[in-house]
Design a protein around this ligand. Structure first.
Ligand SMILES: *Cc1c(COP(=O)(O)O)cnc(C)c1O
Length: 435
């Protein structure tokens, strides 16, 4: 459906968009429909198809109007779209729970809490860790994390998101204060100094730390920062040594985005896997069809939660385990299992690496990096977002840069030609706007 001038005016005057001003709204582009990897945009009086290089904020890994996913939603719609999860259960929740327990990194992540968004799953993970310690009578109430992270926009996730990026100063006095180690060095840089400082900081607070929380290997919305798996192993070991739990937020990195099924898989060594006590998944879980996230944990943590004064996990969203969302997530995981994801992501990786390489020579570009199906061009200044967006659209591609980053997380089903179009658009747009 197209929007007329009235519709667009209503949007401007009445609808908030993410991180937007109501008084000085930025430009928004109406989408008429979407299929394959393309969005059909309404541009003035004509329509134009552009490739979605963002996978709708990293969710739509199989693109749009995917026959298998459409069918799963329709079939479930014919049975029931929603029922409460308090005192009731249903096959889509049970089946998705089974799949997640099966797919989770390592062994032992076998208890599943369905949440309705990534931020809520992080809330739940933090509550779990808090309650688990309350049960042991230790009452640990702080979280330990690294600067540069992003864990969501509600207050608890925001409290462990980067203090500057998460604008903690705006909410001073309200936001709980947690312990932040420096952002780990970029992959390939020496780690020794960072490790020593971080260990000392942890030891200073060891008695109060309920859990370490981090995005393994790739910090997403906090700045697309790629760091050494050894950092993850180091923090995990520190936590375990001091009786703290470990939370991996794989909402962005899960389901093959970084080139392995989980970012945690990059952290395994010959001595074994590196796995958390609590895992958050979301974003790509439903292939971008519906909002759903999940928290997985171990039997030990679940038992500790139950030993807390409340005697149970104290959270229960209205739309917990929504059947439509569970059904489409199952179909999405089926799709993901129907091809060789490792090979596919490595092909995407090669295309992004080769395609973005020319940007490294531009005077405005500080760094070009890729990991799995993620490609990032980092500028030496804030991106002129409206100009770069327009320049990329003119080249047939939708991107949504932030801060000093122009990046892509394309759908896994992008063809070689789609990927060439995406990288050429990013390189061309950066060169045209920033030089
Ligand atoms: C997107 C994201 C979240 C928040 O998920 P929402 O569904 O937007 O609430 C949390 N953690 C990470 C790592 C994310 O990328």
């Amino acid at each position: 459906m197209t929007l007329d001038a009235d519709g667009l005016a209503f949007d401007r005057e009445h609808l908030w968009h993410p991180y937007s001003s109501m008084t000085v709204p930025g430009p928004v582009y109406p989408v008429i429909s979407a299929s394959g990897v393309r969005l059909r945009l309404q541009r003035g009086d004509h329509e134009t198809d552009v490739i979605d290089a963002m996978s709708s904020w990293w969710c739509a890994i199989h693109g749009y109007a995917v026959p298998e996913l459409d069918t799963a939603v329709r079939d479930q719609l014919g049975r029931m779209s929603h029922v409460m999860f308090g005192g009731l259960t249903h096959e889509p929740a049970v089946e998705l729970g089974r799949r997640l327990v099966d797919l989770a990194p390592g062994t032992g992540l076998e208890k599943v809490f369905f949440a309705d968004s990534g931020s809520v799953s992080v809330e739940v993970a933090m509550k779990m860790a808090w309650q688990a310690h309350a049960g042991s009578g230790l009452g640990r109430t702080k979280f330990f994390t690294i600067r540069g992270g992003y864990h969501g926009d509600t207050f608890s996730p925001m409290s462990v998101t980067d203090p500057d990026g998460g604008m903690h100063s705006l909410y001073a006095g309200f936001l709980p204060e947690h312990v932040f180690a420096d952002r780990p060095p970029a992959a390939g840089e020496p780690l020794e100094t960072w490790k020593a400082t971080t260990t000392a900081l942890f030891e200073q607070h060891a008695d109060e730390i309920a859990a370490v929380i981090l995005e393994p290997v790739l910090q997403g919305a906090g700045g697309m920062h790629v760091y050494d798996p050894d950092v993850v192993r180091h923090l995990t070991a520190l936590a375990r040594r001091h009786g703290a739990l470990v939370i991996f937020d794989e909402i962005a990195t899960g389901f093959w985005r970084t080139g392995a099924a989980w970012a945690a898989d990059h952290c395994a060594t010959s001595e074994g896997p590196c796995t958390p006590d609590i895992l958050c998944v979301g974003k790509a879980l439903t292939g971008g069809y519906l909002t759903l996230a999940a928290v997985l944990t171990t039997a030990e943590v679940a038992a500790a939660v139950d030993a807390s004064p409340a005697g149970a996990m104290m959270h229960g969203p209205t739309f917990m385990a929504n059947p439509l969302a569970c059904a489409v997530a199952i179909a999405n995981l089926d799709l993901l299992a129907s091809y060789d994801a490792a090979t596919r992501i490595s092909e995407v990786h090669t295309a992004l690496t080769n395609g973005l390489a020319p940007a490294a020579g531009f005077s405005s570009v500080l760094d070009v990096r890729t990991l799995g199906a993620v490609g990032v061009v980092e500028l030496d200044c804030p991106v002129d977002v409206p100009a770069v967006t327009e320049a990329a659209l003119a080249r047939g591609v939708w991107v949504r840069p932030f801060r000093n980053l122009v990046y892509t997380m394309p759908p896994y089903v992008s063809t070689e030609e789609d990927l060439r179009t995406i990288t050429a658009a990013i390189v061309g747009a950066v060169e045209e706007v920033h030089g």
